[in-house]
Ligand binder design. Structure first.
Ligand code: FE
Ligand code: FE
Ligand code: ZN
Length: 278
C-alpha cells in the first residue's frame, strides 16, 4: 500500500485536513499541532477527531505525522530554550494521545557550539522525560542535512540518541528520513540507494524507519544545506525520487511531501508518484 500525502495546514482541524488530503489524492498527511514557530496550540476538538478517524478508516489512511515546531531545540546551549523545548514537546505529546496510533516527528536540534556529545545527552534527557507521555504515539527523530551545528545528519548520531534513550523500543522511538536532508548530508540515494538503505539498516535498523519526507533539493549533493525543491526540479531529480519510493525496503512507510507547493502542486506530485509506483 502506498501511503502518500503532504504537509497541510492544521488551522481548519483534522476532519478538514482529511477532506483536503482526499481532494488531492492523498491518504496520509503531515501537520503542525501549533504554529511552526512554537506558539500556543489550539485545543483538540474530540468531535472533529472522531469525524476524521471515521473518514480515515473508510479511506484506508496510513498513520498521520505531526511535526514539532521548528523552534523546538532540545540541545540548545541556552537553558531557557531547552526548557521551552521540554514544555512544548510534552504538551504536543499529550495532544497526540487524542489521535492515538500516529507519529510525532522532531528535529534533534542544533548544538550551537556545545559539541555533539553534550547535545546528544541533552536530547536523550528530554526524550527520557517526555516519552512516557506518549503512550500511543511513536516519536521520530528526523534525519537532518547538517546545516550549521545540526545534530542528526549521520545515521550514527541518530543511532546513538536511540541507544542512549531509556524508552527506546521500536514502538516508542523511530526515524523519519527526509530525502532532501540525507542527500545534502552526503548519503547518495540517487546513485547508491541500496548502499544507503544497507547503511541505515546496519546502523539504525530498518524497523525504526517509520516515515519519509519526499523532497527534491535546490542544492548539490553533500552541500549540508536544507533547501527543499519541487519533485523533478532539483538535484535529486524525478527518476531518483521514483526509484527511491519504489525501493522494496520502504513499502508501506507513510510518505509526505514538503515541497514548495500549494495544494494543486501537491496534487500534481502525488499523481506523478502514484503513476510511477509499482
Ligand atoms: Fe522537518
Ligand atoms: Fe523534512
Ligand atoms: Zn528540510
Amino acid at each position: 500500500m502506498l501511503y502518500l500525502g503532504c504537509h497541510l495546514s492544521s488551522s481548519a482541524g483534522f476532519y478538514n485536513m482529511g477532506k483536503q488530503a482526499l481532494s488531492i489524492g492523498a491518504n496520509t498527511f503531515q501537520f503542525f499541532l501549533r504554529n511552526p514557530r512554537g506558539g500556543a496550540a489550539k485545543d483538540i476538538d474530540n468531535n472533529d477527531v472522531k469525524l476524521f478517524l471515521d473518514l480515515a478508516k473508510i479511506n484506508n489512511f496510513g498513520k498521520i505525522l505531526a511535526h514539532a515546531p521548528y523552534t523546538l531545540n532540545p540541545c540548545s546551549k541556552d537553558e531557557k530554550t531547552r526548557e521551552f523545548a521540554r514544555l512544548v514537546f510534552a504538551d504536543d505529546l499529550k495532544r497526540m494521545e487524542n489521535i492515538p496510533g500516529n507519529l510525532y516527528n522532531f528535529h534533534p536540534g542544533s548544538h550551537v557550539g556545545q559539541g555533539t556529545d553534550v547535545a546528544i545527552n541533552q536530547i536523550v534527557e528530554i526524550l527520557d522525560e517526555v516519552t512516557p507521555i506518549a503512550k500511543n504515539t511513536t516519536i521520530l527523530l528526523e534525519t537532518m542535512s547538517g546545516k550549521g551545528s545540526e545534530v542528526g545528519s549521520t545515521f550514527e548520531e541518530l543511532a546513538e540518541i536511540i541507544s542512549k534513550a531509556k524508552y527506546n523500543s521500536v514502538e516508542k522511538l523511530g526515524v523519519c528520513l527526509d530525502t532532501c536532508h540525507v542527500y545534502s548530508a552526503g548519503y547518495d540515494i540517487v546513485n547508491n540507494l541500496n548502499k544507503v538503505i544497507e547503511d541505515f539498516d546496519r546502523v539504525i535498523g530498518l524497523s525504526r524507519l517509520k516515515a519519509i519526507h519526499l523532497n527534491d533539493s535546490m542544492t548539490e549533493f553533500n552541500s549540508r544545506k536544507d533547501r527543499h525543491e519541487k519533485l523533478g526540479d532539483g538535484t535529486l531529480g524525478l527518476q531518483g525520487l521514483i526509484n527511491f519510493v519504489n525501493h522494496p525496503a520502504l513499502k508501506g512507510i507513510p510518505i509526505n511531501l514538503e515541497t514548495p507547493n500549494e495544494l494543486p502542486g501537491y496534487a500534481n506530485e502525488i499523481n506523478i508518484i502514484r503513476n510511477n509506483y509499482k
